[in-house]
Write a protein that binds this ligand. Structure first.
Ligand code: GAP
Length: 455
């Protein structure tokens, strides 16, 4: 059975994810991505970018700054509205998100967005106990803003206040005019961005599921609401997101479902939100949000900045304030899902059956014995040759069984071994991660064989 503990342990043991600030005892809700994790994360971002930006005619990319003007967040409503309800245990002083505390106890209840009074009532009604000390002694529930303020050194007084972005979306809205003026986009079109966002979150500690620093992949899809029916645009995006997760990331569709937000739960800017949820070991949870943000953000920025963010209708010359549908996903959450979804136990063996596109290394190359110079030399030539086109890894430590074991655990699809027969007939063995079967092939055919297997 897959448990979160198994994934956490595998992640640390194999250089995928480490606790943040580890040698100083850790820093809650922060994580560092190791040599294997960083490759998988990069592959996820690359397939996302290829699919949504390079693969679509009307979506362009952006990389806006993380440190951003305080006015952006006033205009967007985040300084006043972007807050979670929190509650403290009076006995052990642990702090929790009130909604998560209740949902943790009552699995199918969704209470996000309820007022602090209602949440306080529910905590009493269900006799929710502190997950830490098991007591039932709570403070009143109160709101806690999630934005991280930063003080800039170069300006005086109030003007020095800026924020680390709480979502990448705002960078897109404030660059809307720049992009319309400097590129050839025309409605409907999307602007996409991948980058870090920061939220001062209180979490239940489900590993990288919810952290204070995380990467988002967001698209703001702008359209003219008179020319297009938003419900239809919404449905198209639902299909597109579903097919990305099931076809490109090869995730088991039985573990996915859509869930619509109730009115209380919806963010302050949204008219409809649906979450694509994945069945994690801690329940069905949000993977990817899809929200109809209307013209809320562009209007807010027009009002606060005084800059015209309308776009001219090319046929009538009429001014349009575009509406927006927003698919927003957490890249780290995609990684957590992929680790869960690809984790298999096969007897003693743990195998990450990752899609080869996402695996950190496409193949590993081994000399059968590290102390035989002829084997090492031949394997090294193969490794150098393959490395020109593919991300391959070298391993000559321990015995061959241990090397297979290690590569299976990080999801390397193929292992190539140079043995004594290789010195005689220029062949190698190539072992398949999922079946553990080996075949012998000519070194000269290796590049093409691997390419066709990987595609
Ligand atoms: N611009 C809309 C927006 O940010 P969101 O639902 O707050 O919407 C979008 O975030 C996605 O970002 C979520 O579906 C989730 O995958 C990811 N995400 C949000 N908060 C996160 C956190 N604290 N840690 C990791 N991922 C997070």
């Amino acid at each position: 059975m897959i448990t979160l503990e198994k994934i956490v342990s595998l992640a640390k043991r194999r250089g995928i994810i480490y606790p943040g600030s580890d040698i100083y005892g850790g820093l809650a809700n922060t994580y560092d991505y190791g040599p294997v994790g960083v490759e998988i994360l990069r592959n996820i971002k690359n397939v996302w970018w290829k699919f949504f930006v390079q693969g679509m005619d009307n979506i362009v990319g952006l990389d806006a700054s993380i440190i951003s003007h305080q006015k952006i967040w006033e205009a967007s409503g985040h300084t006043s509205g972007f807050a979670d309800a929190m509650v403290d245990c009076k006995n052990c002083r642990s702090r929790f998100r009130a909604d998560h505390l209740i949902e943790n106890q009552k699995e199918d209840l969704k209470v996000e967005g309820l007022t602090v009074e209602k949440l306080s009532d529910l905590i009493k009604k269900f006799h929710v106990k502190c997950p830490n000390c098991k007591k039932e002694e709570w403070t009143a529930v109160r709101k806690f803003n999630l934005l991280f303020p930063v003080n800039l050194g170069i300006v005086e007084g109030d003007k020095s206040l800026a924020y680390l972005r709480g979502e990448t979306a705002q960078g897109i809205f404030i660059n809307f005019k720049n992009i319309v003026d400097s590129t050839r986009v025309k409605l409907p079109f999307g602007i996409a961005q991948i980058g870090k966002s920061f939220r001062n979150e209180i979490t239940l500690g489900n590993f990288i599921f919810r952290t204070i620093e995380f990467e988002q992949g967001e698209i703001e899809y702008f359209f003219d609401p008179k020319a297009e029916n938003w419900e239809k645009v919404f449905e198209v995006w639902k299909k597109t997101m579903w097919s990305f997760v099931t076809k490109i990331l090869s995730v088991d569709e039985k573990k996915l479902r859509w869930r619509e937000h109730s009115q209380e739960e919806r963010s302050f800017y949204s008219t409809r939100t649906e979450d694509l949820e994945y069945k994690f070991p801690f329940g069905f949870k949000e993977l990817w949000g899809l929200a109809y943000r209307t013209d809320y953000d562009l209007k807010q920025h027009m009002e606060v900045s005084g800059v015209d963010l309308t776009i001219d209708d090319p046929n009538t010359g009429e001014k349009i304030t575009p509406h927006v549908i927003e698919p927003a996903v957490g890249i780290n959450r995609l990684l957590l899902m992929l680790l869960m979804d690809s984790y298999h136990e096969d007897g003693e063996r743990v195998v990450l059956k990752l899609d080869p596109r996402l695996a950190a290394y496409k193949a590993a190359v081994f000399p059968l014995l590290a102390n035989k110079p002829d084997l090492v030399k031949k394997a090294r030539l193969i490794y150098d040759d393959l490395k020109e086109d593919l991300n391959v890894v070298w391993d000559d430590r321990g015995n061959i069984g241990k090397r297979y074991f290690a590569q299976d655990e990080i999801g390397t699809p193929y292992c190539i071994t140079v043995d004594f027969q290789s010195l005689e007939d220029d062949t190698v063995t190539i072992r398949d991660r999922d079946t553990a079967k080996q075949e012998r092939i000519k070194i000269g055919d290796l590049g093409n064989t691997l390419k066709s297997k990987l595609s």
